[in-house]
Design a protein around this ligand. Structure first.
Ligand code: S3P
Length: 173
């Protein structure tokens, strides 16, 4: 039912792009709810994302993501959803993301990701020495960027923009 999904936004993009920060501000501005797939997975399982990766592996985490996004596609309305950075990489999730609402890709450079996440301990994919992490960021970003772009209804290069500017661009038709 199209009318149910008219007021949903889905934010996609790489770790550190600002999906959660932007999503919260956007939701307040438009008086919508805010949801985050990582937070939903954590509250459903009772484990942190890092614990899930460590105990059950990445493949299991990806299954949980697909379960959650399939459920959300049936139920969300009046919501801004922040999708975990790897969720759009699984093609099976594309129809769910599209069904939920307007998909906005917050596009970020590897330099910005490096700067923002250099002291982060919550992303299991970005563990290791600085050199390893930098290489992983470059590799994943290159691999994922075309996928995010192809899926998005709107692409915003966020590096040089303030939160307020990004929110305005999302809202602008
Ligand atoms: C991941 C991104 C994370 C989280 C997990 C894996 C990824 O979410 O789902 O660590 O594969 O890019 P954020 O994009 O919210 O950091």
């Amino acid at each position: 039912m199209r009318w149910m999904t008219d007021r949903n936004y889905v934010l996609i993009g790489f770790m550190g792009a600002g999906k959660t920060t932007i999503g919260r501000v956007l939701s307040r501005r438009l008086r919508l709810d805010f949801k985050d797939t990582d937070a939903l997975i954590e509250s459903k399982t009772g484990y942190t994302i890092s614990d899930i990766f460590a105990k059950y592996g990445e493949d299991h985490f990806r299954e949980l993501e697909t379960e959650i996004i399939a459920q959300l596609a049936e139920s969300l309305s009046n919501t801004v959803l922040s999708a975990g950075g790897g969720l759009p990489i699984n093609k099976n999730n594309h129809s769910y993301l599209k069904k939920i609402g307007k998909v906005v890709y917050l596009r970020v450079s590897s330099e910005t990701v490096r700067r923002r996440l250099q002291n982060d301990t919550t992303r299991p994919l970005l563990r290791g020495s600085a050199a390893e992490v930098n290489e992983r960021i470059e590799h994943l970003l290159k691999e994922r960027d075309p996928i995010y772009k192809a899926l998005a209804d709107k692409v915003i290069q966020v590096d040089a923009l303030s939160v307020a500017e990004i929110v305005s661009r999302i809202i602008a038709e």
